[in-house]
Design a protein around this ligand. Structure first.
Ligand SMILES: *Cc1c(COP(=O)(O)O)cnc(C)c1O
Length: 426
């Protein structure tokens, strides 16, 4: 597999390099030079999740890793299902929260951890990542206890749910968590700064595990196929997929699935009040506003770092950006949608409910709707209980961590302070 840097096209790397490096020169994202295309989609969809995902990822990775090796990575990473659940006639929820940290980021995080171990050149590795909540948990759990890999996770202090925080800031060992005095964009900026510091990068073997890393997106392609595989042919030929978006990695993966041949009719980019992309699609102007806090905090991102990949893919495939559906949903509206879904017998948290809301508004006769449920409702228990006046149960992984002690340290949004932390944990 060859990938090029979107910003500096002459920089080309292998899959292994892209996974180890994360970002290219000048903070450019890596993008596949060639995208394979599956001709017999029905045959592919007839396979089980792990075999199908092996074929997809093997086709992408090419001869750099043998198919059996890819199979071993997939098998270790994808140990939980991605079921669809019908909420009403012609509308399905894709439940991506059955992994160990109850959010879709388990797929990407675990596949990345496996990939990194497989392509490691034996040197020191420090994973530095910024999280608005769920990435941190997925990455922490995926790398927990791995030898020779240190993990440092930055998150905006007080801006993620207390339960979310407990899930990944209580592990210890090789997992170090840092509460930054600032918002998610401030955390992301610190990560980018660290990657710009080539001496530091070299010294500690810096690697990012956020959705910048191509291996995470590659893993996420697989569950779009898995969703389609659970529908009958007629349903899936008219499929409209609504993706609750923050950094836009999930939507990138969906569009990549389409590029590989999965017949998805249309995608919808659904956001909360942090609506940089819907406004951009409307006006053609990229005008990020300051990030605002919402009840769907994993999507509180106003400068989505995967957007250049979507532009690149649309350019390569000659898909007009106007073919993307879009919608921004307020907290009030998403709460209403949580209630609507509950009345239909489906318990959903605000991220999934945002995707449902925009899908509902835009789905046409004869189309099948699929909205992505990116987190388990209990992961946002405070918000969901408040909306529904309920007291939902905590699933086992959450209940276990909820009573453990927080191990995070506090830090100003200051690069020098961060450098000290990075050196100390080696
Ligand atoms: C990360 C996250 C999102 C946003 O996904 P992106 O790939 O960053 O667009 C949506 N919902 C939940 C629950 C998340 O954790």
């Amino acid at each position: 597999m060859k990938l090029y840097n979107i910003k500096e096209n002459d920089e080309q790397v292998s899959f292994g390099q892209a996974v180890r490096q994360g970002l290219g020169r000048n903070q450019g994202l890596f993008f596949p030079l060639e995208l394979p295309k599956f001709e017999d989609i029905d045959a592919l969809l007839a396979e089980d999740f792990v075999s199908r995902s092996t074929k997809i990822l093997s086709a992408l990775i090419g001869d750099e890793l043998a198919e059996e090796e890819v199979n071993a990575l997939v098998d270790a990473a994808f140990q939980f299902p991605a079921p669809i659940n019908q909420v009403k006639d012609g509308v399905y929820a894709l439940e991506l929260f059955h992994g160990p940290t109850l959010a879709f980021k388990d797929f990407g995080g675990r596949f990345m951890a496996q990939s990194l171990a497989a392509v490691s050149d034996g040197g020191k590795i420090t994973i530095l990542t910024a999280t608005s909540g769920d990435t941190g948990a997925a990455v922490a759990h995926a790398f927990y206890g791995m030898e020779d890999i240190n993990v440092v996770i930055l998150y905006p202090k007080g801006k993620i749910s207390p339960l979310q925080e407990k899930l990944f800031c209580t592990l210890g060992k090789n997992i170090h968590t840092v509460a930054i005095d600032g918002d998610f964009d401030a955390c992301q900026a610190l990560v980018k700064q660290a990657f710009d510091d080539s001496a530091l990068r070299e010294e500690i073997g810096l690697n990012s595990a956020n959705s910048i890393n191509i291996s995470r997106l590659m893993a996420q392609i697989c569950y779009y196929f898995e969703a389609a595989a659970q529908m009958n042919k007629q349903e899936r030929e008219n499929l409209v997929v609504s993706v609750p978006s923050g950094n836009f990695g999930n939507l990138t993966a969906g569009l990549l699935a389409k590029a590989l041949g999965l017949p998805i009719k249309r995608f919808i980019a659904a956001t909360n009040a942090n609506d940089t992309v819907p406004r951009y699609l409307e006006t053609g102007k990229w005008e990020p506003k300051p990030t605002v806090a919402t009840t769907s905090n994993a999507m509180d991102v106003s400068q989505p770092n995967n957007w250049p990949r979507i532009e690149e893919l649309c350019r390569v495939k000659e898909w007009g950006l106007e073919t993307l559906g879009k919608g921004a949903v307020s907290d009030e509206q998403s709460s209403q949608s949580v209630k609507d879904l509950y009345a239909m017998g489906y318990l959903c948290e605000p991220h999934g409910a945002i995707a449902y809301r925009v899908l509902e508004e835009q789905l046409q006769d004869g189309e099948t709707g699929l909205f992505l449920c990116t987190a388990h409702p209990a992961k946002f228990k405070e918000v969901v209980d408040d909306i529904l006046q309920s007291d939902i149960d905590l699933p086992a992984p959450l209940a276990k961590h909820a009573v453990m002690e927080l191990l995070s340290e506090d830090l100003n949004a200051d690069f020098d302070a961060l450098k000290q932390v990075l050196r100390r944990v080696q």
